[in-house]
Design a protein around this ligand. Structure first.
Ligand code: FMN
Length: 193
C-alpha cells in the first residue's frame, strides 16, 4: 500500500504508514531462537514502509484497552519513538499510525558511533518522557521491552538489527528538537538488511 502525506496544522506533514500487520508471522519459539544482533548491514539496503509500520507497532503499538505491545510501570506509557533515515528525523504516533517529520537532513552519523549504523537505512530512537515517568530505570525497562519486540519482528521478517547505547545524545537531542530536561534518549536501534 502506498503511503500518503497529509498536512497537519500547516507546518509539519505527517505520513500515514501502511496498516500494521498484526496477524501471522513465524512461530514465536522459532523467532526467539533466531533473534540476534547483526551489524553487517548493507548501506544500499532498504526497509519497506510495511516493515517499518510493523516494527513500530511491535515496539510501541496500541493493542487493546488503550494498552501497548509492551508494559510500562503504572501504565505511564512514557516512551516516544523517532525514526532516523538518510533524509529526515520523524516522530512515530501509534494513535494515528503516522510519522511526522521533526527535522530534515541526514543525522545518522550523530545517532551512531559505529560506522555500520551511520549508513544503515533506519535508526530507531527510543526516548523516555520524564514528565510521564521520572524513574530512569522504568524508562530503561520499557525501552528494553520495545527493543526486544523490534528484535523479534526483525528475526521473523528477515531483517537485521542491533540495539545501541552508543550515540551522541547531546547532538541527537538538538537534532530531534528535544529538551534534555524533559526527554532521555535511551537507545538507538539500527535496522536494515
Ligand atoms: C543495553 C545494550 C546496549 C548495547 N549497545 C550496543 C552498542 O552500542 N553497539 C553495538 O554494536 N551493540 C550494542 N548492543 C548489542 C550487544 O552487543 C549484543 O546484544 C550482545 O553482543 C549479544 O549479542 P546478541 O544480541 O546477538 O545476542 C547493546 C545491547 C544492549 C542490551
Amino acid at each position: 500500500m502506498a503511503s500518503i502525506l497529509f498536512a497537519t496544522s500547516g507546518l509539519a506533514s505527517a505520513e500515514i504508514l501502511p496498516e500494521p500487520q498484526t496477524m501471522g508471522g513465524q512461530p514465536l519459539m522459532k523467532v526467539m531462537n533466531e533473534r540476534k544482533s547483526s551489524r553487517d548491514i548493507d548501506p544500499q539496503s532498504t526497509v519497506t514502509k510495511q516493515d517499518l509500520s510493523n516494527i513500530l507497532w511491535a515496539a510501541w503499538g496500541i493493542t487493546h484497552d488503550g494498552k501497548r505491545t509492551i508494559g510500562t510501570a503504572m501504565n505511564r506509557q512514557e516512551l516516544e519513538i523517532y525514526v532516523i533515515t538518510a533524509t529526515e528525523i520523524s516522530k512515530y504516533s501509534a494513535e494515528d499510525n503516522t510519522l511526522t517529520v521533526v527535522n530534515t537532513g541526514d543525522f545518522r552519523d550523530i545517532s551512531a558511533m559505529q560506522d555500520f549504523a551511520k549508513t544503515a537505512p533506519i535508526n530507531i530512537v527510543l526516548v523516555g518522557n520524564n514528565e510521564k515517568q521520572k524513574m530512569a530505570e522504568f524508562q530503561h525497562y520499557a525501552a528494553g521491552a520495545a527493543s526486544q519486540n523490534i528484535y523479534l519482528y526483525c528475526a521473523q521478517a528477515g531483517l537485521k538489527t542491533v540495539v545501541r547505547a552508543g550515540c551522541d545524545r547531546e547532538k541527537l537531542a538538538q537534532a530531534m528538537k528535544l529538551d534534555p530536561a524533559k526527554f532521555n534518549i535511551l537507545y538507538v536501534q539500527t535496522v536494515g538488511k
